[in-house]
Write a protein that binds this ligand. Structure first.
Ligand code: G6Q
Length: 544
């Protein structure tokens, strides 16, 4: 076994530092001027995704060094360890096997002596059976009416994936079914999601890996009360509630028939679970065949990540580029800009995937890191963003690398809308890279005092990720692309990308304050003076 040095001790890291000093000021105008085929050369294509990374502030040498860093960081063996089912989530002592969720029948992945793939397919079959019954109206509510409304109750990983996938694949969804998602403990979420629904036609999916999460369980109990107010009999619960969980006891305790529980496993992290039973609402929306097509898309990207040489490996290249800016240019944030309205929730989904995974301050053995880890991800669909925050990306003082995501074929062809959409996307990548020089502005007869305002320095990097059509398979490929890019970065930083102690903390923090808000003032307050005063103010208003 080769020893892996701490990040800053790796030869490639040191070479990259020296290299950065040489190339940091070079301009994309010069790169493209010197190499007329850069825009063809610095691209790669795999599993139907065309990835153009030519508009990045890199030279061939940068890439060579980044790839060398990946090699010196043991990325290959880390990938193999994940796919083999090793317990690479070290702080929770768990395997990390979202890739098993999309492994085809017949492939074997062994965890603790057991091949997990047959279990995955058994749950998929059960989901398919249930989804079909809901979709074709065979699954009836307690009073015999067919189900028309599906409400997913879950939060974090048990919400963001289902919401994003539903929105992304809405084009393929069964239109006579209504889908709603409740996540927030704020009662408004539940009230607004249910106010116009008929309880007799409503099915709740309680999606919670642990089945103990405060928000989800509170919402689930309130939803049960809401249902029973109309249906008036405890037996109704079994017809109107199903569960997605790893916790059989709690599910049964709630009153859900465990025959209607869809299982998953502790080796599936919440933010990596949209392709597990957590995707039940997605499957009901688009049908089991389309869901399996999505899984196949995920699997194609998994295989690409596992087998492609790093210099043509999309997630590896993407991860290395993110690291280049994060660790050498000191970039703080990355924008994800889908030119596809159906992907409107994709940036929000990616925020959890990227930031919960790589927002870590110690390495796997607990040593404080001496370099930056996960950048902040954010974004909005184009062209909307162009009319707001793009100003800062073009002319602000911060460097923000962008991922532009587009599809050559529209799902809803309408006049020349799609040409206009993609023209905008391409134009943005061009303007960001090349800018507009003072001479170019002057040539337009702009008064001298306005020239600095209308000058664009350019040299703002972006990737362009182009696919043909937003199909279920394409969505699977895109999500897996980001999952493995996150993995690549985390492996090089030597952090545990699969735990989330910051989130666990949030789950217990409020517990102490809850009773203090629910009693009328006598409870002794032992917080700091700010928190005590806030609590008193709340109580005064509540018990006035
Ligand atoms: C994901 C996180 C977190 C989790 C939610 C919901 O990786 O762990 O977002 O998904 O806190 O947890 P439950 O599914 O257990 O309710």
């Amino acid at each position: 076994m080769t020893t892996i040095l701490p990040l800053k001790g790796r030869m490639a890291w040191q070479a990259l530092e020296a290299h950065y000093a040489k190339v940091q000021k070079l301009h994309l105008r010069q790169f493209f001027g010197d190499d007329p085929i850069r825009g063809e050369r610095m691209t790669t294509e795999a599993v139907g995704i065309y990835f153009d990374y030519s508009k990045h502030r890199i030279t061939d040498e940068t890439l060579t060094l980044l790839l060398q860093l990946a090699a010196e960081s043991g990325l290959r063996s880390r990938i193999d360890a994940m796919f083999r089912g090793d317990k690479i989530n070290v702080t929770e002592k768990r395997a990390v096997l979202h890739v098993a969720l999309r492994a085809p029948k017949g492939q074997a992945i062994v965890v603790d002596g057991e091949d997990v793939v047959p279990g995955v397919h058994a749950v998929l079959d059960k989901m398919a059976d249930f989804s079909t019954q809901v979709r074709n109206g065979e699954w009836k509510g307690y009073t015999g009416k067919r189900i028309r409304n599906i409400v997913n109750i879950g939060i974090g990983g048990s919400d963001l994936g289902p919401v994003m996938a539903y929105e992304a694949l809405r084009h393929y969804s069964q239109r006579d079914l209504t889908f709603r998602f409740i996540s927030n403990i704020d009662g408004t979420d539940l009230i607004e999601a249910t106010h116009d629904l008929d309880a007799e036609e409503t099915l709740f999916i309680i999606a919670s890996k642990t089945f103990t999460t405060l928000e989800t369980m509170t919402n689930a109990h309130t939803a049960r009360d809401w249902l029973l107010k109309t249906l008036n009999h405890p037996d109704a619960v079994a017809r109107h509630f199903v569960a997605v969980s790893t916790n059989v006891e709690e599910v049964a305790q709630f009153g859900i028939d465990t025959a209607n529980m869809f299982e998953f496993w502790d080796w599936v992290g919440g933010r990596y679970s949209m392709d597990s039973a957590i995707g039940l609402s997605t499957m009901i929306a688009i049908g089991s065949e389309a869901f399996r097509a999505m899984l196949d898309g995920f699997h194609q990207m998994d295989e690409h990540f596992r087998t492609a040489p790093f210099d043509r490996n999309l997630p590896v290249l993407m991860g290395l580029l993110a690291l280049w800016y994060n660790n050498f240019f000191d970039v703080q944030t990355m924008a994800v800009l889908p030119y596809e309205q159906y992907l409107k929730r994709f940036p929000a989904y990616l925020q959890q995937l990227t930031m919960e995974s790589n927002g870590k301050h110690v390495t796997r053995d607990g040593t404080e890191v001496v370099y930056q880890t996960g950048p902040i991800y954010w974004g909005e669909p184009g062209t909307n963003g162009q009319h707001s925050f793009y100003q800062l990306i073009h002319q602000g003082t911060k460097l923000i690398p962008c991922d532009f995501i587009g599809f050559t074929q529209p799902l809803n062809p309408l006049g020349h809308h799609h040409d206009l959409l993609l023209a905008n996307m391409f134009a943005q990548t061009e303007a960001l890279a090349f800018g507009k020089t003072p001479q170019e502005v002057q040539a337009e007869n702009i008064p001298a005092w306005l020239v600095p305002h209308q000058t664009f320095e350019g040299n703002r990097p972006s990737s362009t990720i182009l696919l043909e059509r937003l199909t279920p398979a394409a969505l699977g490929k895109l999500v897996a692309l980001y999952e493995h890019s996150v993995f690549t970065q985390g492996a090089i930083w030597d952090i545990d990308s699969f735990d989330q102690w910051g989130v666990e903390l949030g789950k217990v923090l409020a517990a102490r304050i809850i009773p203090e808000l629910e009693t009328e003032g006598k409870y002794p307050l032992k917080h700091d003076s700010s928190t005590n005063t806030l609590i008193r103010r709340y109580r005064q208003s509540k018990f006035r």
